[in-house]
Design a binder for this molecule. Sequence first.
Ligand SMILES: [Zn+2]
Length: 217
Amino acid sequence: MFVGHYGVSFAAQRMNRHIPLWVLFIAVQLLDVLWAPFILLGIEKVRIVPGITASNPLDLYYMPYTHSLIAAVVWSSAGYGLYRLWRRRAAAGAPTLVGLAVFSHWILDFVVHRPDLPLYDNTAKVGLSLWDRPALAFGLEAALLFVGMSMFLRGRAGPKTGMTIFGIVMLAIQAVVFFGPPPASDTAAATTALLAYGLFAGFVAQWEIRHSHVHRA
Ligand SMILES: [Zn+2]
């Protein structure tokens, strides 16, 4: 899953307005944000196999450190701990929400991935393979993204057009990933993914700065 993960960020920010949205953007993608450099360093492995699923050509055959269930629990705990350290005065609910946001990545990946998500190490792999039903998988990404975003924008003062356009751009990028040509190589896939996660988090960070006066009002 790609842009659908951000629906969780938007919804979580609606539940606790004190958590920066950009932090939740990193949190919901943390497993992939780590996956990309792990691929570039050869710690985890992927190969491009067009047709391996109907919409995603990645054969994710070795990713025990980022996408096993055990690893997801560990990284979620790390997200909880880091947020607690960073925002010492935050109420206990905030770091818990950040930890759950990290864990939501594995749950949503479980729905769309082929059985390539190990429960532990590189074994006992699971996945419901929604990627083999491209229209459904794409619809799920769009629904999650826009339901979450509308929750986030509801009750907020100030202009909403910029964020809505950002959502449409994200969905367009998702469409290219789904229905466009496969990535040129494993490293190209990892690099573009990391670039996208950075740009998306950067966009919402500057959006929050520009809208902070509205929030305070
Ligand atoms: Zn993932």
